[in-house]
Design a protein around this ligand. Structure first.
Ligand SMILES: [Zn+2]
Length: 440
């Protein structure tokens, strides 16, 4: 057994002091005995050691880091059934057996399965692989697939547009966010922009018109005949004009649609009260809900919060939103402190991940919870995510100048101006009318 007893001693720290009645016969720490007088952590350590050992009888350093990360789990018992079923340990041993270092690229070459995905997450958590934005990495693959399916003459034009404009912009956005994931919408817009460019070229082919001969009336007709997503062709037209693939064409800017989903103000206040007071709700749901319902913050923004975004002097607590401070009322501040401490102690166990301390870490502590999961949980607990956020924004917009609203919610000034304009209308009537519409 490689370093089992020393590693076991070190790793059983968290379970010490829980119960003084039982003591693990292996590591000597008191706590939850699992098998033959040994604690779950010692048993887990032994099983992992047996699984990850190579033919030479040793554990390669990369896999040892994985072993340590898994052994540091909050609840070692929860890993046993996973170990029984998972293909991941075998996969890791196979990867390590070549003697080559394990890299993202080597994982990329494997079939895209759940096990590959999990192995990667585990290696990131263990600090063996650097954190990589998987969403970002997926885009070039997707772009290439779409380009491969296009006719040659379209690909010739669309490929430089995709590589030198779309993907480059996405990488820049990623970089500007310090490696944090760009807003989910950015990627879907990228895809839509490329799709629309290819669709336009297809349509022009059918009309017997080449791209360079496309006139404004042609373009207007194409825009008019489709849904509003055809507006996404604008980026392509601007780019193509600059590179002289098209003449002087323009895609008119759309009037932005008003937000359509709201809840009644009473309902917002009631949901907010539940987030602040209801101890039956998970802590992270309470914090996320309160921030959205009180300040109209975007769910995706809330999920990106880290321990470092919290400014706490013991007396008052603020969130740092892109350099602007948002002070929280005492009850909410208390919840946020609590969540921060929880996240920090979880992070201490997983700090090999060398990653940010997400306030709301996902299943892999290297990443925050997904927005889809947030929506799902909100629905489970009867909270209105987007609609509640909209009502909160509206209430704020009615009372605050646009620039303050922008600061407060971290939205752009343009967007805030739109909200304040919108709030000036008699929106109670508007909300009531929409309610009638949906009831009919
Ligand atoms: Zn033990």
């Amino acid at each position: 057994m490689i370093g089992l007893s020393t590693a076991g001693q070190a790793l059983c720290g968290p379970c010490s002091g829980v119960d003084l009645t039982y003591t693990c016969s292996q590591c000597g720490h008191s706590g939850d005995l699992y098998q033959a007088g040994r604690c779950a952590r010692c048993v887990l350590n032994e099983r992992l050691t047996n699984l990850l050992v190579t033919d030479g009888g040793t554990i390669p350093p990369d896999l040892d880091a994985v072993r340590q990360a898994l052994c540091a789990a909050d609840r070692p018992r929860s890993l046993f059934s996973w170990l029984d079923r998972s293909k991941v340990p075998r996969m890791l041993v196979k990867l390590a057996a070549t003697g080559e270092p394990i890299t993202h690229e080597r994982l990329d070459a494997l079939p895209v399965t759940h096990a590959t995905h999990y192995a990667r997450e585990l290696l990131v958590t263990a600090g063996v692989l650097p954190l990589r934005d998987e969403y970002l990495e997926r885009q070039p693959v997707w772009v290439q697939r779409l380009l491969d399916a296009a006719p040659d003459q379209h690909r010739k034009i669309a490929a430089p547009f995709a590589h030198w404009f779309l993907l480059r912009r996405l990488r820049q956005a990623h970089h500007q966010r310090g490696g944090r994931r760009v807003q989910g919408g950015t990627e879907s817009i990228l895809r839509s922009r490329l799709r629309r460019a290819l669709e336009l070229m297809d349509w022009l082919d059918q009309q017997g018109v080449s791209l360079d001969k496309c006139t404004q009336p042609d373009l207007d007709r194409w825009l008019d005949e489709g849904t509003s997503t055809r507006q996404h062709v604008r980026a392509f037209i601007v780019w193509a004009r600059k590179h002289q693939f098209v003449g002087d064409l323009k895609v008119p800017l759309p009037g932005r649609a008003d937000p359509v989903t709201f809840i009644e103000e009473d309902e917002r206040v009631e949901q907010l009260r539940r987030c602040v007071d209801d101890e039956e709700l998970p802590l992270w749901v309470r914090v996320a809900g309160a921030l959205m319902l009180l300040f109209g913050l975007q769910g995706s923004k809330v999920l990106q919060l880290t321990k470092d975004d919290i400014v706490d002097d013991g007396a008052s607590l603020a969130l740092d939103l892109n350099g602007r401070r948002l002070y929280l009322p005492p009850k909410l501040a208390h919840l946020v402190r609590h969540l921060r401490d929880q996240a920090a102690s979880r992070w201490r166990l997983d700090q090999m991940a060398d990653t940010r301390t997400w306030l709301m870490p996902g299943q892999s502590p290297a990443r925050p919870l997904r927005a889809e999961y947030l929506s799902l949980k909100f629905r489970d607990y009867g909270l209105s995510g987007l609609a509640g956020r909209n009502t909160a924004r509206l209430a704020l917009a009615a009372n605050l100048p646009a620039s303050v609203l922008a600061d407060l919610t971290g939205t752009s000034v343009d967007n805030a101006v739109r909200w304040t304009k919108f709030a000036k209308r008699d929106w109670t009537e508007y909300v009531a009318a929409r309610k009638r519409d949906t009831q009919n």
